[in-house]
Write a protein that binds this ligand. Structure first.
Ligand code: FMN
Length: 336
């Protein structure tokens, strides 16, 4: 018997589906999810995703895919966030590059992936669809995706408009869909991983936690600001026009929320201050008030900047210690 050792792998439908040691996923993050981060997560036994739309052209995406492969022999994925049609991004080109390069797995998000799923699956590429409600999860399952990533209200970025926290959303989805589920939004440590498994998920997908690692490209000043933040330091912008986004509280979000309170605002009105170009520049430069910077409530649980290897080893060790220790002692006191 191998016992509890760091080299022992976890076994869930997610680890089997993706060919990874631990069911720990670094979700797609525009601007931040690049080759160095994804490779570091893969080398540590999880799986990382690079974001297609961080790369201006399909050729840039192809280069980034090659870079991940140079840095890691392990599986990795590409996040394909399906933004509204008028973005000017070459989605057909991204699709071609993903297929040509035989990327092992794609995480779709943003809207219905129906148009893309058959092409990926014909090419043997696994598809995880990330969504924010039971009804969207069911729809994705009907489309034939391989797994669902379900984002609770806590999450960084777009939580949808239903406001259902992960504690309810994960078991609600688990009760309805048969394919494996990744719990997403609010996870940062071994406690979260065990909670996710208990709720019916078979792994966790983390954004903010991986944004606050050594391999994340975000400027150190912003990493320090997020480490100092509490669970009360995120806000939702865009709620008044039905496109909520969870971001770090700062001077820009105060101004945006004031405009929203006055009423009659559209995304176009706020785009110059809360749009992606501003926050991506802020991440690069460490400008604390440079934009509406995506961050999850989980900033309140994060107080360091480990390497991805340190982080994943710690999550695995915490999870095992919890199950064999405090949880076992609580539910099987006589077994001690
Ligand atoms: C900086 C940043 C950028 C993000 N960009 C995207 C994106 O482009 N597409 C996407 O599907 N999710 C995006 N997300 C969401 C994450 O993939 C993930 O769903 C979310 O962070 C989970 O919540 P957590 O931060 O509590 O772990 C982003 C998150 C962050 C922090």
């Amino acid at each position: 018997m191998s016992g509890v050792g760091e080299t022992v792998k976890f076994d869930t439908r997610i680890t089997r589906l993706l060919g990874i040691d631990y069911p720990i996923v670094q979700g797609g993050m525009r601007w931040a999810a690049r080759a160095e981060l994804a490779a570091a997560v893969g080398n540590a036994g999880g799986i990382g995703f690079i974001s297609a739309h961080t790369q201006p052209t399909p050729e840039d995406l192809a280069r980034e895919i090659r870079k991940v492969r140079e840095l890691s022999p392990k599986p990795f994925g590409v996040n394909l966030t399906l933004l509204p049609a008028n973005t000017g991004l070459d989605y057909e080109g991204y699709l071609r590059v993903i297929v040509e390069n035989a990327v092992p797995v794609v995480e779709t998000a943003g809207s219905n992936p129906a148009k893309y799923v058959p092409t990926f699956q014909r090419a043997g590429i696994k598809v995880i669809h990330k969504c924010t409600s039971v009804r969207f999860a069911l729809k994705a399952e009907q489309l034939g995706v391989d797994a669902i990533s379900i984002d609770g209200f806590e999450c960084a970025g777009h939580p949808g408009e239903d406001d259902i926290p992960a504690l309810i959303l994960i078991p609600a989805v688990a009760a309805k869909v048969k394919i494996p589920i990744l719990a997403c939004g609010g996870f940062a440590d071994g406690r979260g991983l065990i909670a996710a498994l208990a709720l019916g998920a078979e792994g966790i997908n983390m954004g903010t936690r991986f944004l606050l690692t050594q391999e994340s490209p975000m400027h150190a000043a912003l990493k320090a600001r997020m480490v100092a933040a509490t669970e009360r330091d995120t806000v939702l912008v865009g709620r008044s026009y039905g496109d909520s986004s969870r971001v770090l509280r700062n001077a820009v979000t105060a101004a945006a929320l004031e405009r929203e309170k006055q009423g009659g605002v559209t995304y176009k009105d706020l785009a110059p201050i809360i749009g992606a170009p501003a926050w991506m520049k802020a991440m690069e430069e460490g400008a604390l008030d440079g934009g509406a910077i995506p961050a999850g409530m989980v900033v309140g649980l994060i107080d360091d900047i480990p390497s991805c290897a340190q982080l994943i080893a710690r999550i695995v060790a915490e999870a095992r210690a919890l199950v064999g220790g405090r949880l076992r002692a609580a539910v099987e006191p006589d077994a001690r």
